[in-house]
Design a protein around this ligand. Structure first.
Ligand SMILES: Nc1ncnc2c1ncn2[C@@H]1O[C@H](COP(=O)(O)OP(=O)(O)OP(=O)(O)O)[C@@H](O)[C@H]1O
Ligand SMILES: N[C@@H](CCO)C(=O)O
Length: 320
């Protein structure tokens, strides 16, 4: 039976991990939350500072994605009451759009009673986002190796190593994926393609085998980061020197402008690495907020509400 209301919690994600352009993603323990129920008239309420500028009418991405799910399931689209809160900064390379897509699909899937299997949601989400890296991570959690060929997406999930943690440096400016894809060339030299196949393969093997020491050799890219460097001052220096300050490896997170550095929790050089990232950005005149995150082992989680649950504000504040 379809529930009267549902809530979902969906993780942020970092895409590419350097060489795995449009193919690798990792879920991070930073979350967005959505509550959805049927209503007489559509109403969208957004909470928190990360929702600024997001529309609250039927052009809202959450509402539109829910419509796609109902359409896909062959069900009539109802009017909806939607509430959303997010700790994921918008348009910074931490997968805010993927979290919105996956969160809305999972919520509408449960609310409608369609109960499509997770892989079907993955197909729909990959088609919407046009690459499977962020949506796969937000949906399944952990680390995802995936492709989407324009018709079909396939993935394998890798369990993150228990000592792996990530430092993100989030600059105080936005960079849309659309803009950061426009600077990429249509064609690349064969040697760059071969470079990325080798490094991406090594990275996947290192992550799967838990060989953290191999990450610094593998996390190098010739397909997108060199072209995007001009959009993110300080990025080249961070990618070149982060390992000298205790990082296992560093990459542009998704389409940027956030930089992400991975570390081994047991090595104890967190403060040095954090200062290096912040000061490198500051030397370019950019304020960046730094934050340590862990991989989120869990992907999107759904609760069907029966009544008597804590308020949405309490849920958004961490109550479950
Ligand atoms: N909760 C939301 N509700 C509605 N629209 C959203 C929401 N979250 C993100 N979006 C839309 O997605 C856009 C950001 O998508 P974009 O792909 O450019 O960046 P990102 O997903 O944050 O980063 P990246 O894809 O590089 O990891 C926002 O400007 C907004 O239009
Ligand atoms: N793989 C994508 C992630 C951003 O959505 C890119 O780098 O453009």
């Amino acid at each position: 039976m379809a529930p009267a209301a549902v809530r979902v919690r969906v993780p942020a994600s970092t895409a590419n991990l350097g060489p795995g352009f449009d193919a690798l993603g990792m879920a991070l323990d930073l979350y967005a939350r959505i509550e959805m129920s049927e209503a007489d008239r559509t109403q969208i309420e957004l909470f928190g500072s990360n929702m600024q500028g997001i529309p609250t009418d039927k052009t809202n991405l959450i509402y539109k994605v829910a419509g796609t799910l109902y359409h896909h399931a062959g069900l009539p689209m109802p009017e909806l009451s939607i509430r959303m809160d997010s700790d994921i900064p918008l348009t910074r390379g931490l997968g805010s759009s993927a979290s919105a897509i996956v969160g809305a699909l999972a919520a509408a899937n449960a609310l409608s009673g369609a109960d499509l299997p997770p892989d079907e949601l993955f197909q729909i989400a990959s088609g919407m986002e046009k690459h499977p890296d962020n949506v796969g991570a937000s949906l399944f959690g952990g680390i995802i190796a995936a492709y989407w060929d324009g018709h079909e997406a396939k993935h394998v999930r890798i369990e993150p190593h228990e000592r792996l943690e990530a430092l993100v440096a989030v600059p105080a400016f936005q960079l849309s994926t659309e803009h950061a894809r426009r600077v990429l060339p249509d064609q690349v030299p064969m040697k760059d393609a071969v470079f990325n196949i080798g490094h991406s393969s090594l990275l996947v093997a290192a992550l799967a085998a838990g060989e953290l020491g191999m990450i610094r050799h593998a996390m190098k890219d010739a397909l997108h980061q060199p072209y995007r460097a001009a959009l993110v001052p300080g990025m080249e220096k961070i990618l070149r020197e982060a390992a000298d300050h205790g990082a296992l490896g560093a990459a542009l997170s998704g389409a940027g402008p956030t930089l992400i550095a991975f570390a081994d929790k047991s090595e104890g050089r967190q403060e040095e690495l954090e200062a290096f990232l912040r000061e490198t950005f500051r030397a370019e005149g950019i304020e960046a907020e730094t934050r340590w995150l862990r991989p989120s082992r869990e992907g999107v989680r759904v609760w069907k509400l029966a009544g008597g649950e804590p308020s949405f504000e309490e849920f958004a504040g961490g109550a479950e």
